[in-house]
Ligand binder design. Structure first.
Ligand SMILES: *[C@@H]1O[C@H](CO)[C@@H](O)[C@H](O)[C@H]1NC(C)=O
Length: 156
């Protein structure tokens, strides 16, 4: 009994083992998108067809701390320098999330929205598919929230 309690306590101290939710990428565009979930290692390429979702359980990565879901519009995009949208989160005492682009703006001209399932947490919306603000906007919500990034959303 004592041993079991010690294990629980040390696991809780080492790892932010909080309640998790889902990180979802919803493809509302008319073409497939490609994504890689990257933490301490790079996940397999996922092809998300129009109208389909990609879902992963939010988790803590012991090597990188946070996760970047890297999204491109070309099949080999992560490896050929194509414009990339990074949907990033870190699950610790809260779920921290943000959105940024590198190598260009793959969804320029359409709308990107990150919406948490908990209403009181902030939505991130890029009306023209590019970030309007100069600085990155990192938001925080409780750990059990789902966060959904909609690509080519109808509106903010
Ligand atoms: C995709 O996720 C959204 C938001 O969580 C949900 O409303 C929608 O029903 C899902 N679509 C599919 C095809 O699973």
């Amino acid at each position: 009994m004592y041993f079991a309690i010690t294990l629980l306590v040390s696991a809780a101290t080492l790892a932010p083992l909080a309640l998790a939710g889902n990180a979802i990428v919803q493809n509302a565009c008319t073409d497939p998108v490609y994504l890689w979930s990257v933490g301490g290692s790079v996940g397999e390429r996922q092809t998300i067809d129009p109208g389909a979702n990609y879902t992963e359980t939010t988790h803590y990565d012991y090597v990188s701390g946070g996760i970047a879901i890297k999204i491109t519009r070309t099949e080999n995009g992560m490896y050929d320098g194509s414009p990339q949208t990074n949907f990033q989160y870190a699950l610790t005492d809260h779920l921290y999330y943000d959105l940024n682009d590198v190598y260009g703006d793959p969804f320029s001209g359409s709308t990107l929205v990150v919406r948490p399932s908990i209403d009181t947490c902030n939505t991130i919306c890029w009306g023209g598919g590019v970030r309007a603000m100069v600085t990155s906007q990192t938001e925080a919500c409780s750990t059990d929230t789902d966060i959904t990034l909609t690509l080519c959303a109808e509106s903010c």
